[in-house]
Design a protein around this ligand. Sequence first.
Ligand code: HEM
Ligand code: SF4
Ligand code: SF4
Length: 505
Amino acid sequence: MIGRVHKAGRAFFGVLRRPMARAFDSAQNPLNHLGALTVFFLWIVLISGIWLLIFFRTSVSGAFESVEYLTREQWYLGGIMRSLHRYASDAAIVTILLHIIKEFVFDRYRRNRWFSWVTGVPLVWMMFILGITGYWLVWDELAQYVAITSAELMDSIPIFTDSMAGNFLSDDLLSNRFFTLMAFLHLIGLPIFLVFGIWFHLFRLNGPRINPPRRMMAASLLTMLLLSAVYPAISHEQANLAMTPQSLRLDWFYLHVYPLIQIWSPGWVWVFLVGISTVIVIAPWAPAKKKDDPALVTLDFCNGCERCVDDCPFGAVEMVPRTDETNYSHQASVDSDLCISCGICVGACPTATPFRSRGTLLPGIDLPDRTAATLRDEIIAAGSKDISPRVIVFACRDDPQLNEIEAAGIGLVKVNCMGQLPPSYVDFTLSRGHAHGVLLLGCQDGNCLYRFGAEWTEQRLARQRDPMLRRRVDMSRVAIGWQAPWSDKSNALKKYEAFVRSLQS
Ligand code: HEM
Ligand code: SF4
Ligand code: SF4
């Protein structure tokens, strides 16, 4: 069942991908930066919010007038800031939604990722409460509708003794104190919780990407500025509790639940909201595929260089004082609860070298289910095919392009993640004559199941990151063919054939 939902979600991303891939390269594709884009939009919300705060008056009578002043009198700055505040908030909801769907359908929410997943759920609640209290503060007819409907929703919870809806019976009963409380929640309380919540959400990730590429930030800011100038955010008529607003322009990004409150009873809306949140929270514990064994440190070969600590995307390795009699002061230690067996630490370890001639190939850190020694044996086996030019393909086991290569009987070595492949294996394959060329296939940067596989492989091959590929390797004999995991059709064979032709020329 979950597998089918994942498949449908991947197909959905496939549909989104086509126009995006035509417009952007992979580094600039917004679908590859959804979490970071959300952070960026929240920055815009915060900065524009500070400007609004300077002029905002937190009283029932002053609120509407101060927002009107910003919108009409100070349209060139206050009005633009108000519109930016609105559009960036809406954009953040879209990117959060896509971020959740993407993490889910590409299976990036289970095992040790449960932490980021579960801590994301309160962030969504906070975002919606922020949006709702924001609409409330304008104190126009939409605010009146939001306030009264929210009060009905809150009054349906039996823990409150005083009726909240009672505050909105008439303009006289509506107190400035109640209004100031809303303002405090929206302007100070919730933003502080949100910042803390985002920090907590990213707490367990090594090097989380919180900034989208600069060009993407500039383009999205410019688009929102244009939108703000052409289609500025404006208020409805001032709230009047003696009248019921007749026609409202709802913001469907934030207020889509409100019509439901009128169709269903408030109690059922609570059941719906709490039910969805609970299902999302418990999703990481649904039955999953068998777990691979975590990475294992062999002290005899660990020299304490710390590269595995730097490269583990999930903070699963730490350096601890040495427990054996060597001269090194520290050794690597893996937290098996945090490790998701991607093998990126093996790709980082300087002792994972296939050139070792004596004894078994046992690096300082290795994956028991897919050892460095097995990879070397498979290279040697794949290199025995009598074809010229002979190309060995290294591919991530999750790569959608794999089937095509396997079906064509091309020499293939699978790795858990491309980051598991130490560059010395590429050198070994070529310099020992096991192949004339090496083709690496995996998920495009921004879509790597293990976050950094594609990026760090490129950096290691370009000799920008340790361990670096040796200079003697002729780069015309190495090709990379990343592909987005939601691509509808594989063109791995085409990449293979193009590479073979380039080797022949
Ligand atoms: C204000 C809302 C949110 C913001 C700003 C945000 C931002 C981010 C960022 C910047 C990352 C790091 C991406 C990377 O470096 O690979 C991330 C990771 C993640 N987020 Fe969110 N997120 C939000 C809400 C959510 C929600 C609602 C969920 C799910 C219910 C969620 C699930 C995850 C997961 C599972 C990861 C870990 C991905 C991995 O390990 O590869 N996030 N988020
Ligand atoms: S990268 Fe290898 S040698 Fe370096 S600390 Fe980690 S396990 Fe030890
Ligand atoms: S296998 Fe992956 S998650 Fe586990 S320790 Fe190595 S790099 Fe970290």
